[in-house]
Design a protein around this ligand. Structure first.
Ligand code: ATP
Length: 510
């Protein structure tokens, strides 16, 4: 797909999201806040439906996984032990030509020494300059200039303070006029660190820290998993592609604890499960792929890692990471706290002593998915433009959001053909029955029936039920299928069963 087409697709998705109440810019009337988004009435339903389907497949359909909902702020030592305080950072670079600040690891690459031509001051025209690419091998992503500052590590965690403390006063008191600027910075950091807590940059750590509580309270036997859906925060240097990369986002993560030596089989199993899950809900399953990490991409504690990638309009990109994390996390937290985060299996023989009973630190497979990134991915997958004429030569072009019915914000729309003659009353009876059964449905009597069908096609409502004059005489309605636009007449008494059966079938959106 060309660059222009990719921008077009994203612009259409962003516009639809705003126009139809899926996603708004945060604080829009104040000019918006960079990279922060609010999920509107339809967006919150879509996001919740995706999370519910994940939870269903990860927790409700299994005996070996249970869920938790942990606090966003945790003891600061958690982040020291996990390595996030010292190592959760991105390499930050400034372009000395256009002043763009960017991530070195995501910048365009060239062979070191290559001569690059760029415009002075980051302009698109005017005076041209030339320079060689440094040994780091990358250039500015905006103006292509190879003349760059050195890399600095920028920690991605948001820091705040807990309790009625105002560290600013203490910081000012700690800074003495005779100190050098280095010493002043160190003094301020020292005060800040004393009361500091962090917004979690991932949901995973709580599942390690609560391993024993969960295992013991629920009598879980290894292998078992702990799942969680929730907010995470990263002070990203570059926020991009709408909700693809934002500073506040949601994750769906699961830590699967298994016996040492079995992690390879479990890795294969979870990669298969997760790929199957995405494809179950997608129209274009071929836009999902599994990519193994190269050795130089692996974290030092990880023995295998895969990314589930999606073919976004700008190319393949991460949607979920599936990492084999060995016993690193439990081991580190045990070492830091002195609490034995291990498991005793009385039916196994200790491989070292040969005696019955084996106490070991479980190994971990972690499928870590982005919930908000999944919202974008399923919106992109569902977005269809259909062009054409009907048999009478009328334009029947339409935009259809072919969301899987399970993800669709409204499961059905109830549309009285006219706003009189008892049709609204009949329609509202159907609405009541469907809502009582727990289905989120829309009652819509505004504008012509054609415009209403178009509106519901665009927000992905899988079924439109039209109440017409015949409904009054024989207690039937027409049910229109979003994807085929075909209609069928069914009894009002059967509406609930028909919709529930269709929703529970495993079909995709198209
Ligand atoms: P990326 O390489 O895209 O920065 P990551 O490897 O840092 O992602 P993980 O730490 O593995 O991401 O997090 C698991 C998942 O959480 C990612 O696959 C992604 O779907 C989601 N995620 C991570 N960072 C963000 C973000 N800033 N905005 C939205 N989703 C995110």
């Amino acid at each position: 797909m060309s660059h222009e087409t990719s921008q077009d697709t994203m612009a259409k998705i962003v516009s639809l999201c705003k126009r139809r109440g899926f996603i708004f810019q945060s604080s829009e009337i104040y000019g918006g806040l960079r990279s922060c988004y609010d999920y509107g009435p339809l967006g919150v339903e879509l996001k919740r439906n995706i999370a519910n389907e994940w939870w269903r497949s990860m927790v409700y359909e299994r005996e070996d996984v249970v869920g938790i909902d942990a606090s966003i702020m945790m003891h600061p030592k958690v982040w020291q032990t996990s390595g996030h305080l010292s190592g959760f950072s991105d390499p930050l670079v400034d372009c000395l030509n256009c002043r763009e600040r960017f991530r070195a690891d995501k910048a365009p690459k060239h062979a070191p020494g290559t001569e690059i031509t760029f415009h002075k001051g980051g302009k698109t025209s005017g005076e041209k300059q030339k320079g060689p690419v440094s040994e780091k091998g990358y250039v500015c992503p905006v103006c292509s200039c190879p003349n760059l500052s050195s890399e600095r590590q920028f920690n991605l965690m948001f820091r705040t303070s807990l309790g009625p403390v105002d560290p600013t006063g203490d910081m000012l008191a700690a800074v003495k006029p005779e100190m050098s600027s280095e010493e002043k910075r160190a003094a301020v950091d020292e005060v800040g660190a004393r009361s500091a807590v962090y917004l979690r940059p991932e949901t995973a750590q709580a599942m390690f820290v609560q391993f024993l509580n969960v295992q013991q309270s629920m009598s879980m036997k290894v292998p078992f998993g702990i799942a969680q859906v929730g907010k995470s925060f990263r002070n990203e240097i570059v926020v991009e592609h709408f909700i693809f990369r934002s500073c506040e986002f949601e994750q769906m993560e699961m830590e699967f604890f298994c016996e040492p030596g079995t992690q390879g089989e479990w890795m294969k199993y979870w990669c298969g499960e997760r790929m199957a899950w995405y494809k179950r809900y997608a129209n274009s399953g071929d836009k999902f792929r599994l990519r193994a990490h190269d050795d130089d991409e692996l974290a030092h504690y990880s023995d295998e890692c895969y990314d589930v990638e999606y073919l976004y309009p700008w190319g393949w990109g991460e949607l979920e990471g599936i990492a084999s994390r060995t016993d690193y996390d439990l081991g580190k937290h045990a070492e830091a706290t002195g609490v034995k985060l291990s498991y005793f299996d009385q039916n196994k023989t200790d491989p070292q002593t040969g005696k019955p009973g084996w106490r070991y630190t479980p190994y971990v497979i972690e499928p870590a998915a982005g919930l908000t990134r999944s919202v974008l991915c399923f919106l992109l997958d569902a977005y269809h433009e259909e062009k054409g004429l009907d048999h009478e030569g009328n334009d029947k072009s339409r935009v259809v959001l072919k969301l899987h019915p399970k993800f669709a914000p409204f499961k059905a729309a109830i549309l009285p053909l006219v706003k009189k003659d008892g049709l609204p009353e009949k329609g509202r009876e159907i609405v009541k029955t469907l809502r009582r059964a727990g289905l989120n449905v829309s009652y819509d009597e505004q504008q012509s029936i054609g415009k209403r069908y178009a509106r519901h096609d665009e927000i992905g409502t899988p079924y439109c039920l039209t109440v017409d004059m015949q409904s009054l005489s024989d207690n039937t309605v027409t049910i229109r299928d979003r994807d085929t636009a075909t209609q069928q007449r069914i009894k009002i008494d059967d509406v609930l069963a028909v919709i529930q059966t269709r929703l529970n079938s495993e079909q995709t959106g198209c």
